[in-house]
Design a protein around this ligand. Sequence first.
Ligand code: NAP
Length: 292
Amino acid sequence: MATQRIGWIGLGNMGIPMVRNLLKAGFPVSVYNRTISKADPLVAEGASLASSPRELWGKADVLITMVADDAALQAVYKNDGGLLENAPAGKIVIDMSTVSPATTRELAGQLAEKGVEYLDAPVSGSVKPAEQGQLVFMVGGKRTVYESVLPVFEKLGKKSFLLGEQGAGHSAKLAINLLLAFNVQGLAESVLFARENGIAPKDMLAVINESALSNVLIRLKTANIENNHYEAAFALKLMAKDLRLAREQGLHTPGGLALEDSFREATHEWGEQDMMAILPFLSASDEEQPVF
Ligand code: NAP
């Protein structure tokens, strides 16, 4: 039976299913979200509610943040009722959001002064792996701290990798999302190029999915393209954010820089949609008809 008390901040697309898995595993979980109403279903399933991030210090041994970006994480720490108020020594914080290594090191340093341990542990995998407890964690921080929270990683994911000091998790996360962006934009460009040369998109998708290039991601995104439906599993604006962070972190290779430009421009119109909406964005920028 799980014993560590968990405090959770951030109930978005990822946070909600992850908290649900911890509850199912028997962890006592207290939750905070900026939009409080999003906690209602989890409270009905046994979570207790906190009215500020700070309140979680008194309710939890391990605090986990899963919020949108650097600005959201900074707000969770520095706004009234934030985590920097009254942080008690001996607690552990794990940040599972995707933010910059620089923000990680800044916040980890401020907490270290108060005797609080910090791991960055961003995830690979989207909503479905989150629901199925099949995420992959890339972790930065001390080995002793990492080992003390292994039961949490084991319930939320299929694998966790300790990769180095604080910030290492986020560096690896930016690298894997660069590869993800290549896949998504590559799929879009392949389908559009095929269409311009007389191949129906559904035929091209069928070929790709029977080829050596078929993978779980491409199979999932094929449904988005075929149904012309781009409800966000991973919002395009979040991918644009991750590519921007990679650029700030020194990304300089030609394909990556082109991807950063592409997703940044697409954000204006398609930011709230799934990252696969890079396809209608590219299609529109060619002044052509929708793909299907
Ligand atoms: P999301 O659905 O957009 O949820 C964002 C969360 O951040 C919400 O709880 C939101 O609160 C909170 N938030 C935003 N701005 C805030 C602020 N200023 N102050 C306090 N809270 C704030 O995002 P998500 O898809 O769950 O992703 C969460 C993180 O995981 C992101 O860093 C993302 O890059 C990363 N990630 C996502 C996926 C994916 O497939 N979705 C996969 C891997 C990693 P409200 O409810 O009040 O808006």
